[in-house]
Unconditional design. Structure first.
Length: 153
């Protein structure tokens, strides 16, 4: 039972930290991404920065080059990517770190599927069949819980 409490508290603290960071963020890009847009963002994050040709080469079942350029333009318009001109081509880079985007996605999941309740989300995670943790993970979670207690969270 203490192990279950440790897991619960650690996940709860992770969600709470994500919520605090999201609340402190000013403007955020449009969170809605299509499947292709998500694939493109994954490629750009993995490469750090990419041209349309780089993205096209890395996409599974790629669309036309002009479609990739249009999707990149949409991602710029939505605020997910920025670009600069280099030797006659655009080089695209993410506007936010991947961790920031992950926290935003986590907040949307929390609100969409768990009515914004950290407790419901943690309970669902812990009731899953794959909810086992290694010794190292348990130790790290215990440290996070201890730190949160010291900080009064």
């Amino acid at each position: 039972m203490p192990l279950l409490c440790a897991k619960y508290l650690a996940v709860l603290l992770t969600f709470a930290a994500a919520a605090n960071i999201l609340a402190s963020m000013s403007q955020t890009p449009d969170p809605t991404l299509s499947r292709r847009e998500t694939q493109i963002m994954d490629i750009v994050y993995a490469q750090g920065e990419s041209s349309a040709a780089d993205v096209l080469a890395a996409l599974p079942d790629p669309p036309s080059y002009s479609s990739v350029r249009a999707l990149l333009a949409i991602l710029v318009e939505k605020g997910h990517l920025t670009h600069r001109s280099e030797q006659g081509r655009y080089i695209y880079a993410p506007t936010r770190r991947r961790a920031q985007v992950g926290r935003s996605a986590l907040r949307r999941v929390l609100n969409t599927f768990f009515e914004g309740s950290l407790e419901k989300a943690v309970a669902a995670l812990l009731q899953g069949s794959d909810a086992s943790l290694s010794k190292d993970e348990l130790q790290r979670l215990a440290q996070l819980i201890q730190q949160a207690r010291k900080e009064g969270r």
